[in-house]
Design a protein around this ligand. Structure first.
Ligand code: ATP
Ligand code: MG
Length: 428
């Protein structure tokens, strides 16, 4: 147990105790109870209580009122923030996401408004671990935890109709926990799957990021497909029979860009049949189109989109051009952002060629100053030598650097000579 998380539990316990001393009902609630009963480390601890937000605010001096209208307060103590929520019964849902109004209620109603039975348990942290009433279960969540089943609280059809996010949460939580989704819940998800329009693209993107960040990512993505959530999630119909790149994908030892970009590149490669087409201009066009749509569908950041594009482009290079590329081109590719991921993706389709790329890159690292040596000749050097900056400047510098990468020049003086020659020659 890490120090940070154990102290989060202590702070949450202290909050429960303080509320009890004031005559209130208070428990741990939601995901932390589920995880703790499964022997997993909860990532945060939430407290549910019958105390109203004003009372919570007066009992705990350092409280943020961000969600007070919904009965949620953030209590800060000893560097830890704990969400303390007043028991509530969410009202009717007309916008399919947020309840129209929040009514403060008792713990039973609070359990019933929650999405899945295993998420609707309360735990009394002040009770002894062997005590029978340590866990308060109004919805059959303990039995479902034992059977490893994810089941909607109440009428599955109604609960899935109220809030489309629950469909994605069901996929994420069931795959992460290794649970099966109970049949009527599953059917309700399928029935309402086309309606992800009820949630913002940011929320969809957040759920997908959480799925991709976890090692069960491949199962999560294939479960999305099995439950007809795939097209509404990604905003486009998959054009290929899902491949298995995501399932086989290894995380690079030295990832050169983010986990989301790398794993998403695998998802896209699995979903789209012609991202790596022969003709490089057509390939680039397809990749841009797919990334434009995926970016909208998942609300990707510019960096995530650019990294994903770079990885797919490098993958296309590895697949189509690596064998014929010269030393400078290979070094430039190996030095560029996304290469480590691209080769891991390549390994999922051609393990032996990817292993040979690894060997070549190792070897290149030992040749002529390595993959990414500092340039012997810079733009400043050219200016200092009286060469005037112009359109040819960049091309000359690139060619001189290529010559350095290939060991054709090893000193600055040689580089300057080459630069003058290139400036003098026609076409540059
Ligand atoms: P995680 O471990 O990923 O945080 P969690 O179940 O704790 O999973 P949270 O988003 O932290 O998820 O939500 C806390 C609790 O709030 C849930 O356990 C559940 O009881 C309730 N909840 C969250 N989202 C919904 C929803 N869309 N509909 C109904 N109840 C919800
Ligand atoms: Mg949580």
């Amino acid at each position: 147990m890490t120090r940070g998380s154990s102290s989060a539990r202590e702070v949450a316990t202290w909050i429960v105790q303080t509320l009890r001393e004031q005559g209130h009902v208070a428990y741990f609630a939601g995901g932390c109870v589920r995880d703790e009963l499964l022997g997993l480390q909860p990532k945060d601890f939430d407290v549910a209580t019958d105390a109203r937000p004003e009372k919570i605010g007066s009992l705990f001096p350092r409280t943020a009122h961000v969600g007070a209208a919904f009965g949620v307060m953030l209590v800060r103590h000893q560097g830890v923030t704990v969400e303390v929520a007043t028991f509530r019964a969410d009202g009717t849902y007309t916008d399919r996401r947020r309840p129209d109004q929040v009514t403060f209620a008792d713990e039973l109603a609070d359990a019933r408004r929650r999405d899945f039975t295993v998420n609707a348990l309360f735990l009394d942290p002040l009770k002894d671990i062997s005590s029978a009433d340590r866990v308060v279960d109004h919805v059959g969540g303990v039995a479902d935890l034992g059977a490893r089943v994810l089941r909607a609280v109440g009428d599955a059809d109604q609960r899935l109709r109220e809030d489309d996010l629950r469909a994605l949460r069901a996929v994420r939580l069931s795959t992460r926990l290794g649970f099966t989704i109970e049949e009527s819940t599953r059917e309700a998800i399928r029935r309402h799957a086309g309606e992800l329009s009820g949630i913002s693209r940011e929320r969809i993107g957040e759920e997908i990021r959480l799925m991709l960040a976890h090692e069960t990512r491949a199962r999560a993505i294939s479960t999305l497909g099995a439950l007809a959530l795939d097209t509404p999630t990604f905003g486009r119909v998959a054009r290929a029979v899902p491949g298995h790149s995501l399932a086989k994908l290894r995380i690079p030892k030295n990832p050169d860009c983010g986990l989301i970009a790398g794993t998403l590149a695998a998802v896209l490669m699995d979903r789209e049949e012609d991202l790596l087409v022969e003709d490089s201009a057509a390939g680039e066009g397809r990749r841009l189109e797919v990334l434009r749509e995926t970016r909208q569908a998942l609300c990707l950041s510019n960096e995530e989109r650019d990294d994903c594009l770079a990885i797919l482009k490098l993958l296309s290079l590895l697949k189509r051009e690596w064998e014929w590329a010269g030393e400078a081109r290979r070094k430039r590719a190996a030095a560029s952002r996304g290469f480590a991921w691209a080769n891991e993706l390549f390994r999922t389709v051609d393990a032996s060629r990817a292993a040979s790329v690894d060997r070549v890159v190792d070897e290149l690292g030992r040749r002529h100053g390595g993959i990414r040596p500092e340039a012997l000749v810079t733009g400043d050097d050219l200016v200092a030598a009286g060469l005037s900056p112009g359109p040819a400047f960049r091309t000359v510098l690139e060619r001189v650097y290529d010559a350095q990468l290939e060991g054709r020049i090893t000193e600055k003086a040689e580089g300057m000579m080459l630069a003058r020659e290139l400036f003098g020659s026609a076409g540059v």
